[in-house]
Design a protein around this ligand. Sequence first.
Ligand code: ADP
Ligand code: MG
Length: 314
Amino acid sequence: MGEFELIRRYFSPLAGQSRAASLVLGPGDDCAIERVGPGNDLVFSVDTLVEGVHFPAGYNPEHLGWRALAVAASDLAAMGAQPVCFTLALTLPEASPQWLDRFSRGLARASRAFGLELAGGDTTRGPLTLTLQVHGEVPAGGAILRSGATVGDYVCVSGALGEAGAALDYLDTASPSSDQLTVLKRYHSPVPRLELGIALQGVASAAIDISDGLLADLGHILEASAVGAELDSQAVPVSSAVSRLKGREEALRLALEAGDDYELCVTTPPALWEGLPESVRTQLSIIGKVVAGSGIQGVDRVLVAGGYDHFGSK
Ligand code: ADP
Ligand code: MG
């Protein structure tokens, strides 16, 4: 049983049981939404990182502090929410002052950078595990959901993709080259697209942050919106550092499939796209269009021509 099947079978039935009128959105999106006043929605999400699963054993504590909050905050970016505060449930094998000093330094830097203030938490002994709950705000009804994409919308992605995925090959490199440092920085210190998410409020019809890979995460938008997409793989923004390190073909594969970049994938009606300020449009690449149907078309053919067969024989 996969993660999503498990949730669907055992936990989705719990959602909607008490019909809390102020719970605007339950499970299934990047965050849940609660109407906390006539004009304001609280947008919140929780994420857990387990040593040996989400980060390697012995991982640099300062990077861990930054990364844990960045990953959690990225779900606020995906909803277009203004960050407010977070809680931290920390399970530690031992109270090492050296480790805690470095971890809290990374966390403090991220907290300042993202405008998320520590509001509480829980501290226990056990295998190293971090759970962060983030809170953000949007004007009532203003959050960007996964479910709003409609036929004809542009599919857009921010930044360049594939760097964090490429970094996995260099985590133990003793003296990394400048391109290797570029991709390692992306893995260790991702920057959630908080300002871009807020700028896209009222413009993007749907959004998701790319935690699992472009194809997988765009797939979640398409499923939630009951539409398909036609992608132009030549338009997918591939990292130039990854292209130099791995070659263009592997760089494109990483851009489509690898996770951990924490860029945004959004859909926008063309008319609203034209009205976006230049400073916002330059942060995004148009990589395709929303079409009727389901799933992602256009990618397999081009990749097969390039020697890579993503969807198998078709
Ligand atoms: P993200 O990658 O954006 O953090 P996830 O893939 O972790 O999202 O989760 C997908 C959706 O499933 C989210 O809406 C989340 O709230 C929901 N979800 C995950 N685990 C559970 C659970 N145990 N009970 C209820 N909902 C869950
Ligand atoms: Mg997400």
